[in-house]
Design a protein around this ligand. Structure first.
Ligand code: FAD
Ligand code: NAG
Ligand code: NAG
Ligand code: NAG
Ligand code: NAG
Ligand code: NAG
Ligand code: NAG
Ligand code: NAG
Ligand code: NAG
Ligand code: NAG
Ligand code: NAG
Length: 667
């Protein structure tokens, strides 16, 4: 055991086997010198100091003074929670990293902190440390937490995102945690931790996040951030990790008027845990329109804004990242800062579009809002195949007629959200417009806009496939229109992979490119891919400060999510074939037309992800990452700088989060 500082680290006088919750109050910590200190929520946990000059004025933050104070109390070895020296590391960190052979320290490694050390961490955070119990464990008779009634509830609610959002570690694409401890398999397998983190900090204040960051950095632990767990690429989970769970940071405050160098008007200050529906409800109360996703439960200030964030308002208001006025963040060095146009401008740039879990933990942000707006729209369903009078050829002709109009519709400020998928049971295809959405447009004007398309469809016979006729709607506010148009989406299905592409307007300028692109997309859907498609423009509104948002977004008029699911009992070769097909064959056919993809809904195996997910911003983002996080504390698949690390034990065609995270050998 090569690490004397750890050997000298404190230990608890109490029995190590008690659950944390029972150890928080009234316990004593005994230092190696034999000094016994009563450590409880009152003496230790408020390890913070009020800061005045922050966007979160009530925030208490961890400072050097506080650390020194804890040392005075013989809360040894407090260096485990210390801030780094000027070169970005601490003594402890240097030693732990040297002894780590290039991998993050994982359970079972000699340097993995023992229970006593975790208990001290728990005390410092005010009892916020949660030892991971996979959400499905209650379905496993031998798990020690078996509970038939809870198991039934979990199984009944499995596809509801609220179930996973409310759990400290559950994620909505269970494939990435290795589909371990699935509740459905309770009677036939064993519950293990798989790719779940080992511990999670239930963060309710900034200090806890600072402690967690310092602790993970100093001890070379893998750190992940989970907000809601919506991530499509497995970015909010990780084997052997400590997770910071931001879901409970629920601040939500309306600001009547705020002035920044580039904006003047109403805004919201939101905590990192605020979900789309919560922001929309508050905006509706104040008669304004706020920007979030389609989905009710996505975390606005989490992955959504960090990755760009498209919404039904995008053609008018730009992306989520375009709404941000200032961001509160705990950096990889543990320091809490507020970044805006004038303070930490590089960070402010990078945090808007540069991806989640890369530059620190965002604790909250201030976002601008838009005036109350009318929304008109249209929905319809079209099917082809042997139960319909519509042939497949005419189905595709009708799709072409629609796709050809994308630049016009995007420019008009509309947002078309629709699904196209093969329906093998009828040898046909389905097209669900769900909805064609026109904020601020009178219903009569929307009808005028789409009439030429409807006429063309009548002319070519596409109408034969309509199930009913198109339905039009109009609401006098965003909230009611959104509530009616976007029902909750089912999540947590297994055996599914996605990829995405951003198709730029310039493809429409050349007939050969346009037809080539449309045929390529058709061929991929004919080959079995579903297509979730968005017709919109995603330009930054005038006056928006430059951001790291994927440059490919800015000239996009067609955004498509592709992918498919497979039978869970498909054999290994079959699973490999379908996974490779998505990344290599299907995306291979489309990359020439759409080199960009959307990092929040993309393919975890996207080969040139830097170019695809960040575009021309990638090099600058890498520089900022190196400056802000020199030791690589934050890592997530396809995040900026992630190419320097790899998860061990993975297939060439799919990276899950089930193995140790190790630095790649220097080339
Ligand atoms: C059903 C569904 C619907 C969706 N609809 C939309 C949509 O309409 N528009 C759209 O743009 N996207 C949509 N998405 C994609 C969504 O934007 C991403 O999944 C996004 O990453 C979710 O962010 P989160 O914080 O809610 O989720 P999480 O999975 O918890 O986090 C996502 C990523 O952000 C990081 N992160 C989270 N919080 C923080 C924080 N405070 N600080 C630093 N890093 C953080 C995580 O580590 C992870 O890397 C949808 C996804 C699903 C599953
Ligand atoms: C804590 O660790 C530091 C660094 O190893 C060491 O200098 C210090 O003496 C230790 N403090 C105590 C009280 O053990
Ligand atoms: C935990 O680790 C510390 C430092 O290595 C050591 O002093 C302590 O005895 C250990 N505690 C337990 C319960 O193993
Ligand atoms: C140090 O701790 C004492 C006692 O807990 C407290 O009164 C004081 O405010 C603390 N000082 C700082 C700088 O945190
Ligand atoms: C801390 O330890 C030192 C040395 O053992 C001792 O002199 C001092 O009184 C202790 N302080 C507290 C607050 O317990
Ligand atoms: C942070 O929250 C914990 C848990 O509620 C609490 O014990 C602690 O005092 C808080 N710390 C600060 C600095 O507010
Ligand atoms: C689970 O489902 C039941 C009924 O089906 C519902 O009452 C409950 O609110 C759901 N719970 C969650 C967490 O989704
Ligand atoms: C396991 O078996 C019991 C008894 O047959 C049944 O009630 C329960 O629903 C099963 N659990 C799961 C997760 O299938
Ligand atoms: C429609 O096509 C499916 C799939 O090929 C076939 O099984 C089915 O019998 C067909 N139905 C009719 C009415 O032709
Ligand atoms: C807004 O929508 C309502 C229907 O909800 C409609 O009566 C009204 O005329 C619309 N206003 C404008 C300006 O289009
Ligand atoms: C999945 O495959 C199994 C075994 O081949 C088969 O019994 C089952 O019907 C399939 N399920 C679906 C939905 O195709």
């Amino acid at each position: 055991m090569a690490v004397p500082s750890l050997r000298r680290a404190l230990f608890l006088a109490a029995a190590a086997a008690l659950p944390f919750s029972q150890l928080v109050a009234g316990q004593t910590i005994q230092t190696e010198e034999g000094v016994v200190l009563e450590a409880n929520e009152k003496t230790v946990a408020p390890a913070g100091k009020a800061v005045a000059d922050s966007n979160a004025p009530e925030a208490f933050v961890l400072t050097d003074d506080v650390i020194a104070n804890l040392s005075d109390h013989n809360l040894s070895n407090i260096t485990l929670f210390a801030f780094p020296e000027d070169d970005g590391t601490t003594e402890v960190q240097k030693r732990t990293f040297l002894a780590s052979s290039g991998c993050k320290t994982a359970p079972g490694d000699p340097l993995w902190p023992n229970r006593s050390i975790w208990l001290v961490f728990d005390l410092l955070t005010g009892g916020a440390l949660i030892e991971t119990v996979p959400i499905g464990a209650v379905c496993y008779p031998n798990s020690g937490v078996y509970n038939a009634a809870k198991c039934q509830t979990i199984m009944a609610n499995w596809t509801s995102s609220d179930l996973h959002t409310a759990d400290p570690t559950s994620i909505m694409f269970p494939m990435f945690q290795g589909e371990t401890c699935m509740p459905q398999n309770g009677n036939s397998s064993t519950c293990t931790l798989g790719g779940f983190p080992v511990y999670a900090v239930k963060a309710t204040n900034v200090t806890q996040i600072q402690l967690a960051i310092n602790f993970a950095r100093n001890l070379n632990l893998r750190l992940v951030v989970k907000n809601t767990g919506h991530d499509f690429l497995g970015k909010s989970t990780g084997y052997g990790a400590l997770s910071i769970w931001t879901h409970n940071l629920k601040k939500l405050e309306y600001i009547k008027s705020i002035k920044t160098p580039s904006y003047s008007g109403p805004a919201f200050t939101i905590g990192a845990g605020i979900e789309v529906k919560e922001l929309y409800e508050a905006a509706n109360k104040h008669d304004v329109t706020a920007i979030g996703g389609d989905c009710r439960t996505v975390g606005v200030a989490g992955g959504f804004t960090a990755g760009g964030g498209h919404s039904p308002m995008t053609s008018i208001a730009g992306l989520g990242s375009d709404q941000v006025l200032s961001i509160d963040v705990v950096l990889p060095n543990g320091r809490f800062v507020t970044a805006d146009e004038t303070h930490h401008p590089d960070l402010f740039w990078a945090l808007r579009g540069g991806g989640g879990a890369t530059f620190g933990v965002v604790t909250g942000m201030t976002v601008k809002v838009w005036p109350k707006t009318n929304v008109s729209g249209m929905t319809f369903t079209v099917v082809s195949g042997n139960t319909s009078a519509l042939t497949n050829d005419v189905f595709w002709e009708g799709m072409y007629a629609y796709w050809r109009r994308f630049p016009e519709y995007a420019k008009a400020g509309t947002h078309g959200y629709s699904l196209v998928f093969p329906s093998p049971l009828t040898d046909g295809f389905a097209f669900l417009m769900n909805p064609f959405w026109a904020p601020g447009m009178k219903l009569a004007d929307l009808k005028t806009l789409v009439q030429p398309l409807l006429d063309e469809w009548t002319k070519i016979g596409f109408n034969a496939g309509f199930v009913g006729s198109p339905k039009f709607f109009e609401y006098d506010n965003y909230y009611d229109a959104w509530t009616a148009s976007y029902p909750p989406e089912a999540v947590s299905t297994t055996s599914v992979r996605t990829a995405s592409r951003l198709f730029p307007a310039k493809n429409w300028e050349d007939e050969e490119t346009l037809t080539g692109m449309m045929k390529a997309v058709r061929s991929v859907v004919e080959d079995g891919s579903a297509l979730v498609q968005y017709n919109m423009q995603a330009k930054a509104p005038a006056g928006t400060p430059d951001s790291a948002t994927n440059s490919h977004w800015r000239d996009t008029v067609w955004y498509g999510i592709f992918g498919t699911s497979w039978n869970a009992s498909l054999n290994a070769a079959g699973v490999e074939a379908i996974n490779r097909k998505i990344t290599e064959d299907w995306m291979g056919r489309l990359r020439g037309y759409g080199p960009g993809g959307y990092l929040n809904e993309g393919d975890v195996m996207e080969p040139e992800f830097g170019e695809a997910y960040f575009g021309s911003n990638y090099e600058r983002l890498r520089q900022i990452k190196k400056a802000v996080d020199p030791t690589g504390l934050f890592w997530a698949p396809t995040a900026v700088g992630s190419e320097e690390w790899e998860v061990q034990g993975q297939k060439k065609w799919l990276t899950l989060q089930t193995g140790k995270l190790c630095k790649k050998a220097a080339l």
